[in-house]
Design a protein around this ligand. Structure first.
Ligand SMILES: C[S@@+](CC[C@H](N)C(=O)[O-])C[C@H]1O[C@@H](n2cnc3c(N)ncnc32)[C@H](O)[C@@H]1O
Length: 346
């Protein structure tokens, strides 16, 4: 289904001839984004590596970073932003907008009622020190236009740029930050995978050699595999905040290896003794099976013939069926009401 908010902003962008910045957070539909007409004065800011690569291939100037407008080193006549799912990101973008606008520049914010757009507009009005010019689009889309000048108190962005230690099992020191999947908690699916991994490693004569953490987030699985004796770990993710946090965790735990921004390890051309993966899912969208398949396929490409992959998914994902396209051996190692962990090998 088309995202009306994003489509509205893309249509506006396509009519612009001035210095324009479109801020595109990770949940936006990349197909709609790529319908943008490239022009010299358009910049796209994305925290998704796949969007950055695709936009660049379509000749759209795109910057990949963790939503840091100051890194763009320039000012815009117009900044457009479709609100994100995570409040901390929305506040972080609103806070940065004035400094990234030229004098008399305009900031356009849009979203729907159930996304909290009314509250965001009120908060931005207080911060910018002026009333927004508000209009409505299709299906009650709210569009607010601001010409920010007098700045009030910045919105609470939960210290967006700061890494902080989060609660983790076994008092392991883990750093994370807003802007990525479940940034301040440990995923129950990942913990189930770690249980399966511990049992597997205890049954082996040697610890795993080289490990690929596919869709690493802030690096929980990498840290656990390292503590279980892995020799070297390559961790990869599509999201800029995840890469930033994971690098910090590699440094903190002295993990030998590398953290690489990539789309499902597409540019990594090595094979590993072990692949660990907790793939993303979007319940309710028909892409969820495709997304799981993309990760399972990548796991099989990156696994040595003698290697083992562990993948954890929600119970409703038919992982056995999906994995059978790429692996000969598929064992459900652990499961509970919500998740199942499969061990895959060829
Ligand atoms: C369910 S989370 C798991 C995170 C982490 N492994 C953990 O256990 O906490 C899925 C991760 O996949 C990442 N991801 C989504 N699409 C991706 C892609 N195309 N390539 C690589 N990583 C991706 C997300 O950014 C997210 O960090």
């Amino acid at each position: 289904m088309t995202d009306i908010g994003l489509q509205y902003l893309c249509d506006l962008v396509n009519q612009q001839q001035s210095d324009t910045l479109l801020v595109a957070d990770e949940h936006l539909d990349s197909t709609t984004l790529l319908s943008l007409k490239a022009h010299e004065q358009l910049t796209l800011l994305s925290n998704r590596y796949d969007v950055y690569i695709a936009a660049t291939e379509n000749n759209i100037t795109c910057i990949f970073n963790d939503m840091d407008l100051s890194e763009l080193n320039r000012k815009f006549d117009l900044i457009l932003y479709r609100v994100s799912k995570e409040k901390a990101i929305v506040h972080h973008i609103i806070n940065q907008a004035p400094a990234a606008l030229k004098d008399h520049g305009q900031f356009i914010l849009c979203g729907f009622k159930n996304e909290g757009i009314k509250t965001y507009i009120s908060k931005a009005e207080l911060y910018f020190g002026e009333k927004a010019d508000i209009s409505k689009g299709e299906r009650q889309l709210k569009i607010a236009r601001f010409n920010p000048h007098a700045l009030g108190e910045a919105l609470d962005d939960r210290d967006y740029k700061q890494l902080s230690q989060i609660e983790a099992p076994g008092k392991i020191e883990i750093f994370s930050k807003p802007g990525q999947f479940g940034w301040n908690k440990t995923d129950q699916g990942s913990l189930l995978l770690v249980d399966a991994l511990k049992e597997f490693i205890h049954e082996q004569t040697e610890p795993p050699g080289n490990v690929l953490d596919l869709g690493c987030g802030y690096g929980l699985l990498s840290i656990m595999a390292w503590n279980l004796g892995a020799a070297k770990i390559i961790a990869t993710d599509n999201n800029a905040a995840a890469i930033y946090s994971c690098r910090k965790n590699f440094q903190h735990h002295h993990i030998i290896g590398e953290v690489i921004a990539d789309d499902c390890a597409a540019s990594i051309h090595h094979q590993y003794d072990m692949v660990l993966c907790n793939p993303p899912f979007h319940r309710g969208f028909d892409t969820e099976k495709d997304l799981t398949e993309k990760f399972v396929r990548s796991a099989s490409h990156h696994l040595k013939n003698s290697g083992t992959a562990f993948v954890v998914v929600n119970q409703f994902i038919p992982i056995e069926q999906i994995a059978a396209l790429h692996f000969k051996c598929i064992e459900v190692e652990k499961q509970n009401k919500s998740f199942k962990v499969v061990r895959l090998s060829s």
